[in-house]
Design a protein. Structure first.
Length: 156
């Protein structure tokens, strides 16, 4: 919270309109915070009030919890897209020092934790026989064929 206060104090001194603070905010982020920022909706990234509220909710609302406690108590929120939840859980895991990105036992446990907490039994059933060696493949497996077809990344 102190970092955010300092950022806002410095930006107020520039007399820049608040929604223009968003770009400076992005440029000041590093590591896990940058991963967190990249998964935000476009509107949130461009609107200072939404961006600062999202930052406070993610980084400050549970600051009394340890990073590991935040990771292990994470649950998918109502109406949160499963891929957004996976990105959020991955951020919590990075902050908690969970080594999930290079495979191994912690990666398997991370996928199991995701499936246990995502509250999507259909997804769990679709993936139960899939062999996922890399956590980064998981979001691709969660999309239905229509979502992939309508995705901005698909070749129409």
């Amino acid at each position: 919270m102190q970092w955010l206060r300092k950022f806002m104090y410095e930006m107020k001194g520039t007399h820049t309109p608040t929604n223009e603070w968003c770009m400076a905010f992005e440029l000041s982020l590093q590591d896990g915070a940058l991963h967190w920022y990249r998964q935000l909706p476009r509107k949130t990234k461009r609107t200072w009030k939404l961006l600062s509220d999202a930052f406070i909710k993610y980084y400050c609302s549970k600051f009394t919890q340890s990073a590991k406690a935040r990771y292990y108590s994470a649950k998918r929120e109502d109406k949160e897209h499963v891929c957004d939840y996976l990105n959020r859980l991955n951020g919590y895991a990075r902050n908690a020092g969970v080594q999930f990105e290079n495979g191994g036992r912690e990666a398997k446990d991370h996928v199991d934790h995701f499936l246990d907490t995502c509250d999507d039994r259909g997804l769990e059933e679709r993936l139960c026989h899939a062999r996922v060696k890399d956590i980064h493949v998981l979001p691709l497996r969660t999309w239905s064929s229509s979502e992939i077809r309508d995705s901005p990344f698909s070749n129409h």
